[in-house]
Design a protein around this ligand. Sequence first.
Ligand code: UT7
Length: 347
Amino acid sequence: MSPTPAIPGAVPTPPNLGVRFAGVGSALPSKPLTNADLEQLMDTSDEWIVQRTGIRSRYIVDHERGESCLTLATAALRRALDEAHLAPTDLDLIILATMTAEMSCPPTSCRLAADIGAGTIGAIDVTAACCGFVYSLNTAYALIRSGLYRSIAVVGADTLSQYLTYDSSGRSTAILFGDAAGAAILRATDDTNKGLIAQAMHSDGARWVDLYIPEDLDRDFPEGHEPSPEHLKRVQMNGRGVFKFAVGTFSDVIQQTLHQAGLAATDIDMFVCHQSNARILSAARDRFGLSEEKLYINIDRVGNTVAASVPLCLDELTKAGRIKEGDKVMFVAFGGGLTWGTSLWQL
Ligand code: UT7
């Protein structure tokens, strides 16, 4: 009997392979915005901001210089490709996690693919707020393990400054966020020891009003959350609600992932966490008895950079030699949606 001919475009049988991080990169915009700068713009103080958030400075895009979510994503991805010694045409797919796409159509990832010269490869935007990069890592891993793709760029880029108000009316959110991008190249490898060990992805859409950006007035908003015209395209946040949610959920999802993996917190070489508030991160450190070295905090310099915060930390830690091949690294994030998730890797 002759063998069944392969169907063109058919899904391959999942091969036995691992997935590795081949390169990482990041980019910050050119405009620093310190707490002292904010004191000039609104009724706030360096002391209030540092005490409540741990943030001292952040960077925001300078539109006059042409900076945007796309240009930051492009710079970060180019750096990741350089580090991986790969050409843009070596990529099979780009996943861009962002909630500040240039436009609702086209996907910003398509322009990113074109701008770096990746040809006509697939390109998708993933919108999962601050969880976008972590969700995308898990997705990219599954796509590579399935045998469908071999090299995927996962990028997190956000410029939330465009949805903030830099006067006293917006002080509760303007102090928190900064703009940035980070990228990682994931590749198939014959080393089956490398790859995802465990992961979690969750959402609770019933709590969407805790963090949202109203686009127009003609929607159904719950009582007490009806936006007025000045709230349109401006971040609305229940800071205390998100804070309480984050402190509990952050630790719980780490515990759940460790349990799934059969590991203890002390087995993890580095926790790379979404930078939302230094107090939330310190609470997680305390709960698991982690040293400062094992749970990285850079929010003091860059603020909360939404989907960029995890890959930005990853890039800084890698460049500093604090994350290396063979390490176990847990990525953790939570944010609007509400969403929360993890991605635990054997590098
Ligand atoms: O990526 C995930 C996204 N979000 C988060 O992770 C946010 C989590 N939440 C937080 O980090 C904190 O809730 C904030 C830092 C946003 C706020 O801290 P808080 O301790 O929860 O303050 P609050 O919102 O309860 O406000 C306390 C007071 C209020 O004044 P009254 O009503 O007590 O007189 C605010 O009007 O602080 C006032 N306030 C400020 N004062 C000086 C709010 N923003 C400012 C400000 N400067 N920038």
